[in-house]
Design a protein. Structure first.
Length: 396
């Protein structure tokens, strides 16, 4: 497919804009949490079936997969969007704000789903020009890092040669795409610890073994796992996000529960951290006469983009948005279970600007109750996603 034809995808997506925006707003009003996306998947299935695609529902839970076979031989390219919402009370005041108390599409997965539907529409209309096939993956349960693995285990990646996906960025101006070769997002692991002491009266600490003091020392000591045991050239984060112990101001509790997350770009460092954390937690607890039980759960690996696939996204971005529409993404230690797909096949995950043209860095970020997007990004996202398999079919 020539450059001129690819460049025409954005005007074509603009003609579908009303439908894409309408779908996004419909999903936004009725958000469903991870592992509960029954109605969302039903809506997507109903929209895809009239397009003449081979649609499978219930893949890896509530995932929906649809296949499109092109008019010429070529690779099978997967495009992925996530569908789940968050347990956040929306505060945007939008006329199409969430109607479900305590739930919100505060990460824009409604927008991702709408964009992928728009890309499917665009590609169905260009089936004869498509070399190879496209697999549209509407994935559940991204927020709990379970959906991608469930898709893989259900056979959803069988036969796929490459995979691409995007995430909106409200702090990146609309009309911009950000890509990066190599490590772009961090691994996601989870740890928890039970610090066991001996409770008693708060005024008689000599009769107790205080797990609150031990837990406090552990939280501070955990930071040395990064600052004093890892090279400063190996980025890593250890964060304690939850600490619970006791029910009364004048009672020393028997135990304290700690829970947190570990992030890194390096597989080598990722393998070291469980041992380091276990030793630190156990040692500090013992120094305070307590015992500690540490649990460590590996969730998803770091997200690493292949250079060839990044070049493909860069190429179609320049064609659609011009040279100024492309920028390099800074690495972040936030995680994305798209990395599970990239462990198996090459691909690229990229940021799509969804913020205001001016002062995008002042927009409310992901997961905020006032988070929102500039809906101009929806047609752009649909066009970029559609352009990738058309370009890869002939360039790959």
């Amino acid at each position: 497919m020539n450059d001129t034809s690819l460049a025409e995808l954005l005007p074509a997506a603009r003609k579908l804009e009303e439908k894409i925006i309408g779908l996004r707003r419909r999903l936004h009003q009725y958000p469903e949490l991870s592992l509960e996306e029954a109605e969302t998947s039903a809506v997507i299935e109903a929209l895809l079936e009239p397009l003449g695609l081979d649609v499978r529902r219930g893949v890896g839970g509530y995932g929906v997969i649809a296949d499109l076979q092109g008019g010429k031989p070529g690779p099978l390219i997967a495009l992925r969007a996530d569908m789940d919402a968050l347990p956040v009370q929306e505060e945007t005041g939008l006329p199409f704000a969430s109607r479900v108390p305590g739930r919100m599409h505060a990460c824009g997965h409604d927008a991702h789903t709408a964009m992928l539907y728009g890309a499917a529409k665009l590609l169905v209309e260009r089936r004869s020009e498509l070399a190879g096939g496209v697999r549209f993956i509407f994935q559940a349960a991204e927020e709990v890092n379970e959906g991608a693995r469930a898709i893989v285990e259900a056979g959803g990646m069988a036969g796929v040669d490459e995979i691409y996906g995007l995430h909106n960025s409200p702090t990146l101006p609309v009309g911009t795409v950000a890509t990066r070769v190599g490590g772009m997002m961090g691994s996601v692991d989870r740890f928890s610890a039970t610090i066991q002491g001996r409770g008693g009266h708060g005024a008689m600490p000599e009769q107790c073994v205080d797990p609150v003091v031990a837990a406090s020392a552990i939280v501070l000591s955990l930071q040395t796992a990064v600052s004093r045991e890892l090279s400063p050239f190996d980025p890593a984060v250890v964060t304690v996000g939850s600490i619970h112990g006791g029910n009364a101001y004048n009672v020393i509790p028997d135990r304290v529960e700690i829970e947190g997350t570990v992030r890194t770009f390096s597989a080598r460092v990722r393998d070291q951290l469980p041992v380091m954390l276990g030793r630190l937690v156990g040692g500090v607890a013992e120094a305070h006469r307590c015992t500690a039980e540490v649990r460590y759960l590996r969730m998803v690996p770091a997200l690493e983009n292949r250079e060839d696939n990044v070049c493909a996204v860069n190429r179609v971005t320049r064609l659609l948005l011009g040279e100024n529409g492309l920028t390099e993404a800074a690495p972040v230690l936030a995680g994305e279970d798209f990395s599970v797909y990239l462990e198996r096949v090459p691909g690229c995950f990229f940021w799509l600007g969804a913020g205001p043209q001016a002062n995008a860095d002042q927009a409310y970020g992901l997961h905020h109750p006032k988070y929102t997007i500039d809906e101009d990004c929806l047609a752009i996202g649909a066009a970029v996603l559609a352009a990738i398999p058309l370009y890869r079919g002939f360039a790959g």
